[in-house]
Ligand binder design. Structure first.
Ligand code: SAM
Length: 183
């Protein structure tokens, strides 16, 4: 089980970035994203993804970061904060890979010092500054047991048929009808 904790989201500035954190987390195999700020728009956007594209990714809006971290640890989970200042991922990846219950924390602006303290690992995806979306994607890819790009998502209204040129999407009309009635 992998959850992503998104810190420091500022609704006016980080809309796209936080949505991309959620989409990337889902696409590369995480089970859900916890948002440590209140942004119902992001919650709605992400909640529309799973019925449409399959799987069961969850989002929790307006969470208290320290409470989430402490509860996760009480349940036996481990916490990995992604930061350019941390141990470089290649040097720790084999240890991370053995964890069955892992929280990955990504920031936006400056991350509070207590996060560095409370985390089991502070891990850098290379010790150069870049992006929370890139850091998350590379980490999820490197710690995965099987190739996350080959994962299929069950219960999808829409499925892409891969092709070299053009675009093809298959619609599951029965499921689309069923989901409409649920609304
Ligand atoms: N300046 C902020 C600080 O010092 O805490 C970080 C800003 S950075 C744009 C936003 C987030 O991207 C960070 O909190 C971290 O999660 C992630 N990030 C950026 N570069 C990273 C790297 N090289 N390795 C791991 N995470 C990184």
């Amino acid at each position: 089980e992998i959850v992503v904790l998104r810190l420091g989201h500022r609704p006016e500035r980080d809309k796209r970035m936080t949505t991309h954190v959620g989409l990337t987390a889902r696409a590369l195999g995480a089970n859900g994203m916890i948002l440590a700020s209140d942004d119902q728009k992001i919650e709605e956007n992400i909640n529309e993804i799973s019925p449409r594209w399959g799987g069961s990714f969850f989002i929790k809006n307006n969470a208290n970061a320290m409470e989430e971290i402490n509860n996760w640890k009480k349940e036996g989970g481990k916490v990995c904060h992604l930061s350019m200042y941390g141990i470089n991922l290649p040097d720790i990846v084999s240890e991370l890979k053995t964890e069955k219950k892992l929280m990955l924390i990504v920031g936006a602006e400056k991350v509070p010092g207590e996060i560095y303290e409370v985390s089991d690992w502070n891990v850098a995806v290379g010790n150069q500054p870049h992006s929370e979306v890139a850091a998350l994607a590379i980490t999820l890819d490197r710690i995965a047991e099987t190739d996350p790009l080959l994962k299929t998502f069950g219960n999808a209204e829409l499925t892409v048929i891969p092709m070299g040129k053009g675009k093809k999407i298959v619609h599951d009309n029965e499921l689309i009808e069923k989901n409409k009635q649920k609304k």
